[in-house]
Design a protein around this ligand. Structure first.
Ligand SMILES: *Cc1c(COP(=O)(O)O)cnc(C)c1O
Length: 224
């Protein structure tokens, strides 16, 4: 099936309150253009260099999301070009994004990445560090960022029950923060979870944003 058809099919299935971010890492600009022509505006990339290379070749109203781990030395070049940084997983990274954004006179929108998978390899904050960071954001420690919500990646397993539990756990954490700080946190509205293999479970657990790559563009030949 073609890229446009894949997007139409996903849109039919995804409820209107859930945003689709098409993960285009490793894919050429032509493939992104095909998705764009099918009405897709939000794209996710995990390498700053790729965003910088593809952006000038494509329509200016595309929203570029940075997904996954971000290196500190790439922040400065990324922030003028990104709509949402998904996956801030340390206070150091948040501090650096805030500092560079303030310097550039912009506010960067970010999601904090929480470690929900049992696998050791996945990045993310534990709940204590998360709550600490949320408090610091509320105290005004990071004036250059707008905290938009949370992001998480479930275990890579065919056991749906494990994945469902991980998503539900993150969803409770997200709602707990919203209930506790809702009034002082009007922009804290996004819960990014769900990929090609598990987006249905993620949506059932309350995701507002799914990040889907291979189901739209096909399998990636280069893995990153
Ligand atoms: C690659 C990637 C995705 C998309 O993965 P698919 O399985 O191809 O849908 C989603 N989120 C992150 C953080 C990724 O790195």
């Amino acid at each position: 099936m073609g890229i446009a058809e894949n997007i139409y099919n996903l849109r039919k299935e995804i409820p209107p309150h859930v945003r689709l971010v098409a993960v285009s890492k490793t894919m050429p600009a032509e493939a992104i253009m095909e998705a764009y022509q099918a009405g897709q505006k939000a794209f996710g990339e995990n390498r700053v260099q790729e965003i910088l290379a593809k952006k000038p070749l494509l329509p200016p109203d595309i929203e570029w999301h940075h997904i996954g781990h971000l290196q500190t030395n790439k922040i400065k070049s990324l922030i003028p070009h990104t709509h949402l940084i998904q996956g801030v997983d340390s206070d150091k990274l948040l501090a650096e994004i805030s500092r560079e954004s303030s310097r550039s006179g912009i506010a960067s929108h970010v999601l904090l990445q929480v470690k929900i998978a049992r696998e050791e390899t996945k990045f993310g904050l534990n709940p204590d560090d998360l709550h600490h960071l949320v408090h610091q954001v509320l105290l005004g420690t990071y004036p250059g960022v707008v905290l938009r919500g949370l992001m998480g990646m479930a275990s890579f397993t065919s056991d749906d029950e494990i994945v469902r539990q991980e998503f539900e756990w993150l969803s409770r954490l997200f709602n707990g923060i919203r209930n506790q700080f809702g009034n002082s946190f009007p922009h804290f509205t996004e819960l990014s979870m769900g990929m090609s293999g598990d987006y249905r479970l993620a949506i059932a657990a309350g995701s507002t944003l799914v990040r889907i790559g291979s189901l739209i563009f096909g399998e990636r030949r280069i893995s990153h």
